[in-house]
Design a protein around this ligand. Structure first.
Ligand SMILES: *Cc1c(COP(=O)(O)O)cnc(C)c1O
Length: 479
């Protein structure tokens, strides 16, 4: 595919600007004026349309194909939520700062408050701030809240405990806020080793960060006990709720004993993600942490109007411009209200059912490190295929040739040759069956024609990349 600059032909035009019908502005100073014409591609509208349509076809998206990324919930996002967000697109964020009495931002402020209320209800927390812009940002905000809580109480805290199966953002968030991280190994049954946890707990632990179900898709049966042990040492329990797909309407982390949570609207709550955003990672807290929430908090006045809380000296301050990624929050509002209570419960039931279906149908063909009922995602290992010289990465690349986005591979780190699949609730049995057939085909090919897997992908504009180099030295141009 030719770059748009390479298609340029002098004098070709796709657009003609109208003659200016306003007076010329005062002349600009010479150092700001361009004397040479800008080097822009000169192409027709049709050239341009074909160029961008061609590029968009090379983009893999859930609108086009099945996207079984574990840990990431690439579910289909109903287009109606986009319409909802568009309703608010004309509102300038500064509107919320207009003097009291101006009603222009009432709808937006009340919506933000309502989303906070709904998320608090779903997670079992007392209050939620929608400011954080992503999951990792929500985590960092949550740990900052925990640090503020301990500071206010005069607690001397130094450590944050995370299990070894945790998402990498957990230890990173704790470290960024200045804590030392203690990592607890997984026991043979896949959950955090309880004895090692007990041994690591002490009065200097500020928080325990957990994902439950964890990144192996397993729900920890000892979770209440883990919370109790933390609370005995005034350590707070942090719930990484990036992915609530398994427990929506079933379990509320706040009821189990968690004190702080973040949720990813761009995973569980039906708003698109990928390509670096925009995301939204609201953070919820129990009563004791409300004073520290990012400000200004949105409050409801006695007369029913929504407004901004006046000074709050204990707040950790703003963590985002204005009120976070507002458009994403509107989409989540549309998603939650459209589905309602019963609908949200159905989401988690279907998500868990789909993952277990995947597990049941594929476990004869791939090794299963923890053979038990899973939650919203299931983890296989390609260790059996390794004996034929085929690795998880080869299977992942082969799936690309067959029209599927690869599942997550080599994560969680505590499973060798991990292949982690999350079908999500929005995929039909037919779609899953078609994917399962290709996975089985890959497993057979590992035995009969492993080289075919080593060569994949062969249908893409680029073949195997140096994954490390691609991540460290990004160059998105090709050709
Ligand atoms: C995705 C994810 C995160 C990070 O969320 P981002 O929005 O990508 O920053 C954290 N924890 C878990 C368990 C996740 O799945």
């Amino acid at each position: 595919m030719k770059l748009i600059f390479e298609q340029s032909v002098p004098g070709r035009r796709g657009l003609k600007l109208p003659i200016a019908d306003v007076p010329k502005a005062a002349p600009l100073p010479d150092n700001l004026v361009r004397f040479e014409p800008a080097q822009l591609p000169e192409v027709s509208e049709l050239d341009l349309v074909r160029h961008f349509t061609g590029l968009s076809r090379r983009n893999f998206s859930v609108d086009g194909n099945f996207y079984p990324l574990g840990s990431c919930t690439m579910k289909y996002n109903a287009k109606v939520t986009e319409n909802a967000a568009a309703l608010f697109a004309g509102t300038h964020p500064m509107t919320a700062l207009l003097p009291e009495g101006d009603t222009s931002a009432q709808g937006s402020l009340c919506l933000l408050l309502e989303v906070s209320r709904l998320l608090a209800e779903i997670t079992g927390m007392d209050e939620v701030s929608c400011q954080p812009l992503a999951g990792a940002h929500g985590e960092m905000t949550g740990i900052m809240l925990i640090a503020a809580y301990h500071r206010a109480k005069g607690n001397k805290k130094k450590y944050v405990i995370v299990p070894d199966s945790s998402h990498g953002t957990n230890p990173a968030s704790a470290a960024m806020v200045g804590y030392e991280v203690i990592t607890i190994p997984s026991a043979s049954y896949g959950d955090m080793d309880l004895d090692a946890y007990r041994a690591a707990m002490n009065g200097e632990v500020a928080a325990v960060m957990m994902t439950c179900p964890n990144t192996l898709g397993l729900f920890n049966p000892h979770i209440s006990e883990i919370c109790d042990i933390a609370h005995e040492h005034d350590a707070l329990m942090y719930y990484d709720g990036a992915n609530l797909n398994a427990i929506l309407g079933k379990v509320r982390p706040g009821d189990v004993g968690f004190d702080v949570i973040h949720v990813n609207l761009h995973k569980t709550f039906g708003t698109p993600h990928g390509g670096g955003g925009p995301g939204s990672g609201p953070v919820g807290v129990k009563k004791a942490l409300i004073p520290f929430l990012p400000g200004p908090r949105i409050v409801k006045h006695a007369d029913g109007r929504c407004g901004l809380e006046k000074d709050n000296s204990q707040s950790i301050g703003r963590v985002a411009n204005f009120f976070g990624n507002f458009g994403v929050i509107v989409k989540a509002y549309a998603y939650m209200t459209m589905l309602g209570r019963e609908g949200l419960i159905q989401v988690s039931e279907q998500a868990v059912l789909n993952a277990n279906y995947m597990l049941a149908r594929l476990k004869g063909h791939f090794d299963v490190p923890f053979d038990q009922t899973c939650m919203h995602e299931c983890v296989f290992s390609a260790s059996r295929q390794v004996k034929q010289g085929v690795h998880a990465i080869d299977i992942a690349k082969y799936l690309i040739d067959r029209g599927y986005h690869p599942p997550t591979v080599y994560f969680p780190l505590n499973v060798k040759e991990a292949i982690m699949i999350e079908p999500t609730e929005t995929e039909s049995k037919e779609t899953m069956d078609a994917f399962i057939e290709i996975m089985i085909e890959a497993a057979r090919m590992a035995e009969t024609n492993p080289d075919m897997l080593h060569e994949a992908p062969i249908t893409m504009p680029v073949g195997r990349l140096d994954e490390t180099k691609a991540a460290r030295e990004q160059n998105v141009c090709f050709g």
